[in-house]
Design a protein around this ligand. Structure first.
Ligand code: HSE
Length: 412
């Protein structure tokens, strides 16, 4: 019998208890051991809940108990999770976590401690909720040199953008409904500003490229500036807009970014809608692989946590290697990365405005919406972001151009 302790009895923690209870027989068969939840740590009380008897608010009860072999950290946030997890690993207990903030910030260090102790630090649920993605990167795709990861890694923003596209509503309108339905947090900043997706792509990049990608180095732009009108233009062009988290190897350098991108309807990620997540990986021998599923929610996330618990039990005194060193991954400056931009401008005189745009950007096609006066859009040719931004600045200063109202990256 293996004793485990769960730190945090919130949505994911209670989901873990439920999954272990619901699928007890099959899980224990796969683990080759019975699983006993010896403690649940939480400062809150849960009167009447079956876990009441094993509830503690004192981490020392757990850390000082030699019978506890695996700790499941599902509290979220960096502290006190980091202190608890580090102490657990140093005392020889394997740790399973769903905490992306913790993994993105301290993953390299915690993996190193686990390796030195011949135990494990596992975090499948930290990216993509129930979608298996960490394990494939660590195990199934190890024959490959991965050169691109692009994902829809945040369910809240994908839900908002999908609704904006389908129902012609504004960002603010959809966010309000999403909050009322409980899909979006009351403080949605981490999601809508792209910070959540940024931490997740930092974790995936670190695993794929074997070095520490610091999330603070990753260019991050959220979806708050995407308008109904942008969606109308996208539709007219046969495109849609998605918040994409990307890291990509170009020659021997890597760039990473999180931002809204206009993608054509043929793009593999274009039909990933609602709260679903998907991760698209390109490897030099396997080619293209895509992972799709529920990126959040109590049971999908708990499913990934429990799968890690089973793995930790199967490898109790043997470290399953992760290729994520402490060495910092130097990321390319985005200004050196090629892209195309969708740009909308407001003008007084159509003919001269088109001439101004074409004198700077070349023979770009002018796109207009039937019901919109005094505005047109165009898509730049492919150039480095640095050059495109210089050109946008030159355009801004032209007398004919009243305003540049949108700039969104475009990928085929
Ligand atoms: N807030 C996250 C999302 C939850 O919307 O995807 C999962 O990390």
């Amino acid at each position: 019998m293996i004793n485990i302790a769960i730190l945090g009895y919130g949505t994911v923690g209670s989901g873990v208890v439920e999954v272990i209870k619901t699928n007890k027989n099959s899980i224990e068969k796969k683990a080759g051991e019975s699983i006993n939840i010896k403690y649940v740590l939480d400062i809150r009380k849960f009167p009447g809940d079956p876990i009441e008897e094993i509830l503690t608010d004192n981490i020392e009860d757990i850390l000082n108990d030699d019978e506890v072999k695996i700790i499941v950290e599902v509290m979220g946030g960096v502290e006190p999770a980091y202190t608890f997890v580090k102490r657990a690993l140093l005392s020889g207990k394997s740790v399973v976590t769903s905490n992306k903030e913790l993994v993105a910030k301290h993953g390299a260090e915690l993996l190193e401690i686990a390796k030195s102790k011949d135990i494990n630090f596992l975090f499948e649920a930290s990216v993509g909720g129930g979608i298996p993605i960490i394990r494939p990167l660590n195990q199934s795709l190890t024959a490959d040199e991965i050169y691109e990861i692009t994902g829809i890694l945040n369910g809240t923003t994908n839900y908002i953008l999908s609704k904006m596209a389908d129902e012609g509503k504004s960002f603010e309108e959809v966010l309000k409904v999403a909050q009322e339905k409980g899909y979006a947090e009351r403080d949605p900043k981490a999601d809508v500003e792209g910070h959540d997706a940024c931490r997740k792509i930092a974790i995936l990049s670190s695993l794929a490229f074997g070095m520490h990608a610091d999330y603070e180095d990753i260019y991050t732009e959220g979806i708050t500036k995407i308008t109904k009108r942008d969606m109308d233009y996208a539709k007219k062009l046969g495109y849609t807009i998605k918040l994409l988290a990307t890291s990509k190897k170009i020659d021997h350098r890597i760039f990473a970014r999180v931002c809204p991108v206009m993608i054509s309807k043929e793009h593999p990620l274009a039909n990933v809608n609602g709260v679903f997540n998907a991760i698209f990986i390109k490897g030099n021998v396997i080619g293209d692989v895509m992972f799709y599923g529920k990126g959040a929610g109590k049971l999908p996330t708990a499913s990934a946590v429990v799968a890690d618990i089973v793995d930790a039990i199967k490898h109790l005194n043997r470290n399953i290697l992760s290729f994520w060193s402490k060495e910092k991954l130097e990321l390319m400056d985005l200004k050196d990365v090629n892209t195309r931009y969708f740009v909308t401008i407001k003008y007084d005189n159509f003919k001269t405005a088109v001439e101004e745009v074409r004198s700077i950007f070349g023979e770009v096609e002018v796109i207009q919406l039937d019901d919109v006066e005094g505005e047109f859009a165009f898509i730049t040719l492919e150039e480095t972001e640095g050059i495109i931004n210089e050109k946008i600045n030159v355009l801004k200063d032209k007398e004919e151009i009243k305003e540049i109202s949108s700039t969104i990256r475009v990928e085929r």
